[in-house]
Design a binder for this molecule. Structure first.
Ligand code: ATP
Ligand code: MG
Length: 565
């Protein structure tokens, strides 16, 4: 491809609404254009890189025995009503009406249509297992679309679904996808970690996420510094401390604490520390008020809490509800006598506390020297907090560490949730009907592309790994008006084309500096500069990844570029 003809515009300035490097670079390198919030077009060069990711995904899915098909993005409401998800998706689902007033949506994920297709095609255990996939646009009206294609509202996902006769079969299908995902992300050059994920909301029996380590990641990941344990924050657990025993329980004191609004103010007032305070927070879980108690310096994990109640909708309780239940203004809720009125969920760490401070369920008052067992008891003791750095690994007891990650892939043992709801059954050896056992497996193609850039860039631009690079080589004649220089450049260019290499020739009548800046920004792995020593047949080869630079004969340069990995 000739750069003079290339439909592309690079820009020097950092776009103002792009917060993270990959988003900035994709716009600066002209790889994509914003059409609306969370909705992007890929330009030719960007689309090439995008298709490379897609190709790697497709090759590994095919190799794993999955079969590709394509479903529509526009789907009738009935498909999602049968599983109950038409309502459950809420505002994240893009909905539309046809001219006859019938309801449709733009598919946010395709468990239901795949389940229907398999239900209508497969009769017998002899036709199982089967894994199907598509690479297709998904639509989710995200609350906060951001970071470009990382969290978009229209995005491409590779979604696969496996159907098995039994649990052992599901394990095999799942493992095949697990291995394929490892190959995909290895080939793309990503530094990733596989974490245990929460599977509560989808009702399955196991799930793992492929996380690309990155400071810009929206997910918190917890991993063990000693063993292989890794989980995302929703799922991560820890060994709780032993419940306190054999200590002197002091007498409870009621303390007047007027005007304290924050935990810091309360601690200043009481001359204590957040670790000696247990906060009680009220939630509204599908209309039921529930009190939750964690140590003052901990955060409640709403996914863990929601899973205890199989929650659909969960919010902090309204002020009125807090006042009605506790008899006090917000900020003074406490556990004493609360269990009679609402469920009281207590984090196990609270059981290890001694003579601690809690709200008194009376405006402007707190209790001091409260103890679990003597002064209150839980409806249920359950892990409902976020783990923190230094907590004990649930597997080996060594300290846990935290980092941030971008979820690029997700594999999930669904079980029979959809097959039961949609009557996707098969006949076993005895002619008996059974629901199929399902798994689902997603990779965000655009998000993965952005994650690659996130891990491969410097101040000059993108540094594509070769597997993803839109072009592997750029040939840069420094003087296009110099015949000798241009002839050698064209010669190299044609040899690379003949060898089947994706190659650019920067035939623009521009200063070399401009060309170098653009090729660095776009991130082409190999640059062959034809300049000063063109008359001797000598060119300069520079590698974007390492910055290494060598002078070679034209033929050697062609060979080096072809062989470069
Ligand atoms: P997240 O927690 O980031 O919203 P999710 O759990 O909703 O992700 P899944 O439903 O498991 O994601 O979708 C599978 C894959 O699709 C994800 O691993 C991710 O790579 C991609 N993906 C999901 N939502 C988006 C989005 N809004 N924009 C781009 N890619 C997305
Ligand atoms: Mg999501």
């Amino acid at each position: 491809m000739r750069v003079s003809k290339l439909f592309m515009a690079t820009q020097r300035e950092v776009p103002s609404d792009a917060e993270i490097p990959s988003h900035q670079l994709m716009l600066r390198a002209g790889l994509m254009r914003k059409v609306a919030s969370g909705i992007y077009s890929f330009m030719p060069v960007g689309y090439k890189a995008y298709k490379n990711v897609e190709r790697v995904v497709r090759e590994e899915m095919d190799r794993a025995g999955a079969q590709e098909l394509i479903m529509p993005a526009v789907l009738p409401a009935e498909v999602y009503q049968a599983s109950g998800r038409w309502d459950k998706f809420g505002p994240e689902m893009f909905r539309l009406l046809d001219r006859g007033g019938r309801q449709f949506c733009l598919g946010p994920t395709h468990e239901e249509p795949f389940t229907e297709a398999v239900r209508d095609t497969i009769r017998s255990y002899k036709q199982l297992p089967v894994t199907l996939y598509q690479i297709q646009h998904k639509y989710r009206d995200e609350k906060r679309p951001r970071f470009g294609v990382m969290r978009a509202r229209e995005f491409v996902m590779k979604d696969a679904y496996s159907f098995d006769a039994d649990e052992a079969g599901l394990d095999e299908s799942y493992n095949a996808m697990y291995k394929a995902y490892c190959k995909i992300f290895d080939r793309l050059g990503l530094d990733y970690i596989i974490v245990d994920a929460d599977s509560g909301a989808m009702g399955g029996s196991g799930s793992q996420e492929f996380m690309v380590k990155s400071v810009v990641g929206e997910d918190a990941i917890c991993y063990c510094t000693e063993c292989s344990y890794a989980a995302n924050e929703e799922k991560a657990s820890t060994i709780p401390p032993e419940p306190a025993k054999d200590f002197e329980m002091k007498e409870v004191e009621k303390i007047h604490t007027p005007n304290v609004k924050t935990i810091e103010e309360l601690m200043g007032f009481m001359n204590s520390e957040p670790a000696n305070f247990a906060k009680t927070i009220l939630y509204d879980i599908d209309g039921k008020i529930v009190a939750v108690m964690v140590r003052g310096d901990r955060e409640i994990n709403e996914t863990k809490l929601g899973n205890l109640y199989d929650a659909t909708e969960m919010n902090l309780a309204a002020f009125e509800d807090v006042e009605r239940v506790t008899g006090a203004k917000v900020g003074f809720a406490g556990p004493v006598d609360l269990k009679e009125k609402v469920d009281l969920i207590v984090d196990p760490e609270v059981l290890a506390m001694e003579n601690f401070i809690v709200g008194a369920n009376e405006t402007d008052y707190h209790f001091k020297n409260v103890n679990y067992g003597r002064d209150f008891e839980a409806t249920k003791v359950a892990d409902v907090r976020n783990v923190v750095e230094g907590d004990k690994c649930p597997k080996c007891g060594k300290p846990l560490a935290m980092c941030r990650g971008v979820e690029v892939g997700h594999i999930f043992k669904l079980g029979t949730k959809y097959s039961k709801a949609l009557n996707c059954v098969y006949l076993d050896k005895d002619g008996k009907e059974n629901p199929m056992i399902m798994g689902c497996y997603g990779i965000g193609v655009g998000r993965t592309l952005a994650a690659v850039i996130e891990q491969y860039n410097d101040e000059d631009g993108i540094k594509w790994p070769t597997e993803v690079a839109p072009y592997k080589v750029v040939v840069v004649p420094t003087k296009v008006v110099d015949e000798e220089c241009m002839k050698l450049a064209e010669d190299i260019y044609n040899k690379l084309l003949d060898a089947g290499i994706e190659v650019l020739i920067d035939d623009r009548n521009e200063r070399p500096g401009v060309k170098f800046k653009d090729s660095d920004l776009i991130g082409i792995p190999v640059r062959i500069t034809v300049g000063r020593r063109a008359s001797e047949g000598i060119v300069e080869v520079k590698y974007r990844q390492t910055g290494e630079q060598v002078e070679l004969t034209a033929d050697e340069a062609v060979k080096a570029a072809i062989e470069f990995r």
